[in-house]
Design a protein around this ligand. Structure first.
Ligand SMILES: [Zn+2]
Length: 107
């Protein structure tokens, strides 16, 4: 396996921002994401971000709730800030798990 765990760790750190945006339904620049991941990991990274986003935020009647600590409802912006401030590390761990799983399957 050509993938070092330290590389997954670094990539996870850089994807936190994007996962928080995806989870909060805030638009982000896909090209910017691809610059960070590189073309070979773009698809896996996007899938991982989406999987984590689905896991950490629940939507009920158009309102956003945190699925990690059950707080809410939040506005999109409030949800984003909550994730970044309170669950930064949780997001990183979840992203790295998703990345590792997907990278292992693809190699
Ligand atoms: Zn929370």
């Amino acid at each position: 396996m050509g993938f070092k765990l330290s590389r997954i760790d670094t990539l996870s750190e850089r994807l936190i921002e994007f996962a928080a945006r995806e989870a909060s339904r805030i638009r982000y620049d896909r090209n910017k994401l691809q610059v960070i991941t590189g073309p070979s990991l773009a698809k896996i990274s996007l899938e991982s971000i989406r999987a984590v986003a689905n896991e950490v935020v629940k939507e009920r009647k158009g309102l956003l709730y945190c699925a990690i600590c059950r707080k809410g409802p939040f506005t999109k912006r409030g949800m984003y800030l909550h994730l970044i401030r309170v669950h930064r590390y949780d997001l990183k761990v979840l992203i790295s798990e998703e990345l590792r799983e997907r990278i292992q399957k693809s190699t």
